[in-house]
Write a new protein. Structure first.
Length: 142
């Protein structure tokens, strides 16, 4: 299991990734790779079977930033290889600017033996979003 966080407020532009600045429980086995401050994780298919399977869970607080359109949905999604997953999209419609609400999602990711897959949390909405207390947990399950 590996956990990466960013408690600080960050503004994520449309198409941008949520960045993670701290790793209270980093992966010490070399199967989850992450550069401090980046938003991209590399999951390795280091296994004896056909696939390595991971569970990726994200939670955080999101809001419409100053200058945004209140009452308009903001969303984040777990993205695999740069493509946001519809099944892992978190949508929130705050009624006012800087009104934070909590979002969470979880998804299983299969990585073929000997390959790598990149995972990120992407702003797949139509406007910038403020993110605070971002937390991602990546668990190798098989």
């Amino acid at each position: 299991m590996a956990e990466y966080i960013n408690a600080a407020l960050q503004n994520v532009l449309v198409g941008g990734n949520v960045n993670f600045s701290e790793s209270p429980y980093p992966c010490n086995k070399g199967i989850v790779l992450h550069r401090q401050g980046s938003g991209v994780f590399t999951l390795r298919g280091a296994c004896n079977q056909c696939f390595a399977r991971y569970k990726v869970s994200f939670g955080g607080n999101i809001a419409i930033p100053t200058g945004g359109a209140a009452g308009t949905p903001v969303s984040l999604a777990i993205a695999i290889e740069g493509e946001p997953l519809a099944s892992a999209t978190m949508i929130e419609t705050p009624g006012a600017l800087a009104e934070f609400n909590n979002v969470f999602t979880s998804v299983y990711v299969s990585v073929p033996k000997g390959c790598c897959v990149s995972v990120a949390v992407e702003n797949n909405g139509t406007q910038a979003v403020d993110v605070q207390n971002a937390n991602i947990i990546i668990e190798r399950i098989s």
